[in-house]
Design a protein around this ligand. Structure first.
Ligand code: IMP
Ligand code: MG
Length: 201
């Protein structure tokens, strides 16, 4: 059974849903009278976005970006490729970035630079999970679901080699599964040539 790769449930489905309802209420109160654009970072934050927007009582729109970090090391190299850009203009709009997890912070740091150049009226970040132990760049996170220990997690949108996104909870993988192939060895994608790279310092 593929679920046997999960060693432990760290955040249950019920706890996720409760916390997301609270985040939705906070966002609803903070953005009252405004029409935010929720920018979801594909693919990991998809499930979070789907539940979060149904907990938000506002007139809102969504747009998507897809990013991938790559490098030879065991942590993000700091180079982030934009694999898919926004469809609509965000100039003058209130933008809320929706991300699954902030780890080193490099991915969100690059995305914030990229989106800031479009001159939104306001730009904030909402993450489901925060793993502060590995942070390399500090950036303000307005909404955080849960803080995590220094453990690689899967489920509720987060993957290991593309799998486990469909688990309804956040869990830790068995060490044997991770030891077989370390999760943060992110090889350069063969199809990256010609894609735009956000190499803003
Ligand atoms: P950062 O650039 O180091 O902050 O990494 C953020 C990105 O790495 C997230 O968007 C995730 O895609 C991925 N990531 C970081 N930690 C985990 C994890 O524990 N499980 C799955 N993906 C992760
Ligand atoms: Mg991600």
């Amino acid at each position: 059974m593929w679920r046997e790769a999960i060693q432990q449930v760290l955040i249950s489905e019920a706890a996720l849903q409760r916390r997301i309802r609270d985040l939705g209420s906070a966002i609803t109160a903070d953005y009252r009278g405004r029409q935010p654009v929720f920018v979801v970072v594909l693919n990991g934050a998809l499930i979070f976005l789907a539940d979060l927007i149904r907990a938000v009582d506002l007139r809102l729109t969504i747009d998507c970006v897809a990013l991938s970090s790559y490098g030879a090391g065991s942590v993000s190299s700091g180079m982030v490729h934009l694999r898919k850009d926004l469809d609509e203009s965000i100039t003058g709009k209130d933008v809320l970035i929706i991300e699954d997890i902030i780890d080193t912070g490099l991915t969100l740091h690059r995305l914030v630079h990229h989106l800031s150049a479009r001159r939104p009226a306001d730009l904030r970040i909402c993450v489901l999970l925060d793993r502060p132990a590995r942070r390399r760049v500090d950036l303000p996170i307005t909404y955080t679901g849960f803080e995590l220990p220094d453990t690689f997690v899967v489920g509720y949108g987060l993957d290991y080699r593309g799998e486990y996104r469909n688990l309804p909870f956040i869990g830790a993988l068995r060490s044997e599964v991770l030891q077989a192939s370390p999760p943060r060895e992110t090889p350069a994608h063969p199809d990256l040539a010609g894609e735009r790279c956000l190499d803003i310092p």
